[in-house]
Design a protein around this ligand. Structure first.
Ligand code: NAD
Length: 466
């Protein structure tokens, strides 16, 4: 059995592991990245963020041509879609980005090893690729093995009738009727894809509101908009049972205290994700995990075995690709003896519906719960000239400032290009800027970003355009 020796061994090549490996190598550490799958990039690139955004874009164009082209004087006589072409385009994007990671590894001298990693001792892992088993010894390990979809005990995934996000991204054709269990990020994004293609989509959600991590005003408005787009919702509706019949799936939902049946061609289960560390041998070498299976780490991402670090979805915190990447850079720098810092308040959270939703910092409800006195400002896109020209007038920007200092502590956007607009808030929160700082900075006219400036003016009590 061959044994290779490294300074750092990174397990997992998703947005956490990939970035950690590149940064570690850049800092002069001899680095290997081990990936069990045939392609690099992890969940985000292969079965998550990227393929879903590719399908969201294709179906958004279709929906715009279907419903809004005529408002622009565009007369489309015959409009149809080719779903297999959409899927092919999605696969090409995923493949080219995966090749890009392989190129980056080469350029940065990160060694890539394919296979399943398993600890045999705190300093040695075996890598098995089905044929051969090799050993890797390293001074430090970074665990970045990510997460997997949670299934319901009575409705296991078969990826045909009962599908996870992975199955939903690989359907051969849009189903006639889809039931989506869970109105979180995955639920509303994938419901949007299929609703736009004509699938009859019903979402059942246990809570009385959707996208629970968002500001209440934003979540309420998103619900209204998605309903208007044709998605049916049942809130305060807990799924308590379900079964697959010959060519359909039927689920039992507790609605107003009574059980009700819902049928569909497929049921997408989107009730959250859990950390994934199967086969890694963590228990055998004594790595501590929480009751939910997250690796317990200190402020330096160290597990109870100090040279074994963990980042991303494998540790507690919002499951976001860009958060994992931040942690990947930080952990590599820590191993190299540096003192990086991550400002978790300045990590945005985006939902790629149409319109998009972007959240940053405290929601108003969180700030009030923490006893922080706030001033808030809301600017609706219908009052924004660029939004009018684009024809995207739904939505708003809500800013939350700390009353005492005037500092921006939260920004919540539902509207066109929210995912891009939130970057202004990220820099403002990271640099501890005030609402006044944002107001004093020039915003080009006409732009959507002016809505951020106006929301701050409203919070300061001196609106110009509202
Ligand atoms: P989620 O936690 O966002 O939402 C799950 C929803 O399911 C919740 O609203 C919950 O109340 C509901 N639910 C749970 N059990 C239920 C039941 N029995 N019946 C009815 N409803 C039930 O989880 P998700 O949407 O699966 O996403 C998983 C993770 O992936 C999240 O942490 C998310 O941040 C991440 N993700 C992010 C993006 C993005 O950044 N755009 C996209 C996809 C996923």
């Amino acid at each position: 059995m061959a044994r290779e020796v490294y300074d750092v061994a990174v397990i997992g090549s998703g947005p956490g592991g990939e970035v950690a490996a590149i940064r570690a190598a850049q800092l002069g550490l001899k680095t290997v990245c081990i990936e069990k799958d045939a392609t690099l990039g992890g969940t985000c690139l292969n079965v998550g963020c990227i393929p879903s955004k590719a399908l969201l874009q294709s179906t958004e164009y279709y929906s715009l041509m279907n419903h809004e082209a005529k408002d622009h004087g565009l007369l489309i006589k015959e409009l149809a879609y080719d779903f297999s072409k959409m899927q092919e385009r999605k696969c090409q994007i995923v493949q080219s980005l995966g090749n890009g990671i392989a190129g980056l590894f080469k350029r940065n001298q990160v060694v890539h090893r394919k296979g399943i990693a398993k600890f045999v001792s705190p300093n040695v892992i075996t890598i098995s690729d089905g044929n051969n088993i090799n050993e890797i010894e390293a001074r430090s390990f970074i665990l970045a093995t990510g997460s997997e979809p949670i299934s319901l005990p009575f409705l296991p995934f078969d990826e045909k009738r009962v599908i996870s996000s992975t199955g939903a991204l690989r359907l051969e054709a849009p189903p006639k009727k889809m039931i989506v269990i869970g109105a979180g990020v995955i639920g509303v994004e994938l419901a949007s894809v299929y609703n736009r293609l004509g699938t009859e989509v019903t979402i059942v959600e246990m809570l009385d509101h959707i996208c629970p991590s968002n500001d209440a005003a934003v979540s309420k408005l998103l619900l209204q908009i998605l309903k208007k787009q044709g998605i049916a919702f049942h809130l305060s509706a807990k799924v308590t049972g379900g079964k697959v019949e010959k060519d359909k799936v039927s689920i039992t939902v507790e609605l107003e205290g009574k059980p009700q049946q819902f049928n569909g061609d497929v049921a997408l289960v989107a009730v959250g994700r859990r950390p994934y560390s199967q086969g890694l041998g963590m228990a055998e070498i004594g790595i501590s995990v929480t009751t939910k299976g997250f690796v317990s780490v200190d402020g330096f991402f160290r597990s109870n075995i100090p040279h074994i670090y963990a980042i991303g979805d494998l540790i507690e915190g919002p499951m976001l690709a860009h958060r994992a990447s931040e942690e990947g850079i930080a952990v590599a720098e820590i191993i190299a003896g540096q003192s990086p810092h991550i400002n978790y308040m300045a990590i945005p959270n985006v939902i790629y519906t149409h319109p998009e939703v972007a959240a940053l910092g405290f929601s108003e409800q969180e700030a009030v719960k923490k006893g922080v006195k706030v001033k808030t400002g809301v600017c609706y896109f219908k009052a924004n000239a660029r939004a009018r020209c684009l024809g995207y007038t739904e939505g708003m920007v809500k800013v939350i400032g700390e009353e005492k200092t005037g500092r921006l502590i939260g920004m919540h956007i539902i509207g066109p290009h929210a995912s891009e607009l939130i970057a202004e808030g990220v820099i403002a929160i990271d640099r501890r800027s005030t609402l006044e700082d944002i107001v004093r900075a020039s915003h080009a006219h006409p732009t959507l970003a002016e809505a951020i400036q106006e929301a701050c003016l409203i919070a300061l009590g001196r609106p110009i355009h509202s």
